[in-house]
Design a protein around this ligand. Structure first.
Ligand SMILES: NC(=O)c1ccc[n+]([C@@H]2O[C@H](COP(=O)([O-])OP(=O)(O)OC[C@H]3O[C@@H](n4cnc5c(N)ncnc54)[C@H](OP(=O)(O)O)[C@@H]3O)[C@@H](O)[C@H]2O)c1
Length: 277
């Protein structure tokens, strides 16, 4: 299917690795010119080069920390200088952090999650929405997380922050809808990206094993039983890959999704055991 996005311009925060990289690649495959940002120059530049050589589409790497307002301004400026405009903004950057309990979290841990998950999308939207309003078309997609809907003993900072992003998404959709701009949120379930590896400097498989072992201990069951349950929780019977999330994001970034706005779309392999109305 031709999504009708050729030559549009997208910005993907945290586009150098994991889900962000898959989104940037997915957009470039549709002919979208993409600017990606991240803090680690060699990884960022290698990603831009590899997407460019695979798709033949220009990918602009901009070293920027989304927690720094001036960096976000520079990211937008560099994108406009290179491509002339911004049509699509994907707020994806985040740090997958070690899960600790409420009393072990410091103020700076809470602040970091709020800066990444709320302030960065607020600031980027403030910068790109006027450009999209002038164009009469735009797509803003926030990447949340299914932890917004879960209550368990870890994941406090993301659990408390992500619902704010859902509310922000809905409000912005109402604010910007008549300007041709849709604002949606995509919530991945667990995807074994580089972020999980980085938290402990382990391979993806090791990181997954460790997380499962911790969960098995918490729930008082064997590792094997936990492994079986974790897979069985996924209604689709397999793990979710970055590309599963990226495919939905790319569609939501396309002109074909124009009648959907303010929505939260779960990409969790059916894990969430609730019905939403
Ligand atoms: N993976 C999951 O299981 C999962 C589940 C639910 C939701 N999500 C959400 O999905 C999104 C992507 O997660 P992921 O697993 O793909 O993460 P990841 O593999 O750790 O990749 C994160 C990306 O963000 C960049 N980044 C981190 N902090 C940044 C900062 N301050 N400024 C600019 N870039 C920054 C990283 O590059 P640098 O470190 O070089 O800056 C990297 O490119 C996040 O919003 C996350 O909350 C993921």
């Amino acid at each position: 299917m031709d999504l009708g996005m050729k030559d549009k311009v997208a910005m993907v925060t945290g586009g150098s690795q994991g889900i962000g990289r898959a989104i940037a690649l997915g957009l470039a495959r549709e002919g979208v010119r993409v600017a990606i940002c991240g803090r680690t120059p060699d990884i960022l530049e290698a990603t831009a080069e590899s997407i460019e050589s695979e798709t033949g589409v220009r990918v602009l790497p901009v070293i920027a920390d989304v927690m720094v307002a001036a960096d976000l301004e520079r990211f937008v400026q560099a994108t406009v200088e290179e491509f002339g405009t911004v049509d699509i903004a994907i707020n994806n950057a985040d740090l997958i952090t070690h899960d600790v309990g409420f009393f072990d979290l410091r103020d700076e841990d809470w602040q970091e999650k709020m800066d990444l998950k709320l302030f960065a999308p607020i600031r980027l939207t403030r910068l790109v929405a006027p450009i999209m309003q002038a164009n009469g078309w735009g797509r803003i997609i926030n990447i949340g997380g299914s932890s917004a809907r879960k209550v368990h003993e870890v994941g406090w900072a993301k659990g408390a922050t992500q619902p704010g992003l859902i509310n922000l998404t809905k409000r912005l959709a109402w604010l910007l809808g008549r300007d041709g701009i849709t604002v949606n949120l995509v919530e991945p379930g667990i995807v074994w990206t580089e972020g999980h590896t980085r938290t402990g400097g382990k391979s993806r498989a090791e990181a997954r094993s460790e997380a499962l072992a911790q969960r098995a201990e918490r729930e008082g069951i064997s590792y094997e039983e936990m492994d079986r349950l974790a897979l069985a929780e996924l209604v689709i019977g397999r793990r979710i890959e970055s590309e599963d999330v990226a495919n939905i994001v790319v569609f939501m970034a396309s002109p074909l999704s124009g009648a959907v706005t303010g929505e939260t779309i779960l990409v969790d392999g059916g894990e969430m055991p609730t019905v939403r109305f």
